[in-house]
Design a protein around this ligand. Structure first.
Ligand code: SF4
Length: 198
């Protein structure tokens, strides 16, 4: 059975693409971009290992979502199981957004046989490494070099730039806080310091 090693999961978000979306962050990324928003997601170490059918069932039970966003970490490092999950969710009518630290050209030329399957299960691809010197947080990208590419007809690459940079904080029942979107790093540091009482 296919499994995914997840760094995080959010059932509802309004800043990871259009509409209301579930978000999966995968654990493990080989890219090591300077200024990475999620450096704790870079190590290829076991985190929350979940089967693809279990995840599909969980996501399909969520009411009122428009789609799912695969982020990370590097989704293409777990392309096979994400492709399975994405295909199942798309068949059920949800749209799929996939982030990658690889460029679209890297992904087209790569020799991993699972990469074309994940591209085929993706409606909108956000591709390219984060480059701190070109940081330009907007609706979907963190730096100006990143490519926003529609791979199907469900989501348009053009209209995504209209809703601007937004940050979302979700407080779980256990008190843990998820910051997502593209928050200004100084804002995240300030909030973390205040939560620690420093
Ligand atoms: S590709 Fe994304 S997760 Fe990986 S190092 Fe770069 S910014 Fe971080």
């Amino acid at each position: 059975m296919s499994v995914l090693n997840l760094a995080g999961f959010l059932a509802r978000s309004e800043v990871n693409g259009p509409g209301i979306r579930a978000v999966l962050w995968v654990q493990g990324c080989p890219r090591r971009c300077e200024g990475c928003f999620n450096p704790q997601f870079q190590p290829f170490s076991p985190a929350t290992v979940t089967s693809v059918p279990t995840l599909a069932k969980t996501i399909l039970s969520l009411e009122g979502i428009d789609g799912v966003t695969f982020s990370g970490g590097e989704p293409f490092a777990q392309a096979g199981p994400l492709a399975e999950l994405g295909a199942t969710l798309r068949n059920a009518g949800l749209s799929v957004i996939t982030y990658s630290g690889y460029t679209a050209e890297d992904l087209a030329e790569g020799d991993d046989p699972a990469w074309p399957a994940l591209l085929a299960a993706t409606d909108l691809l956000i591709a390219g490494p984060f480059i701190a010197s070109r940081a330009r947080p907007d609706s979907l990208t963190g730096s100006a070099n990143q490519q926003v590419i529609a791979l199907g007809t469900r989501l348009s690459a053009g209209r995504q730039d209209t809703f601007g940079s937004r940050t979302e904080f979700t407080i779980a029942p256990d008190g843990s806080i998820t910051a997502t979107g593209f928050p200004e790093p100084s804002l995240v540091r300030q909030i973390r310091a205040q939560l620690r009482g420093t």
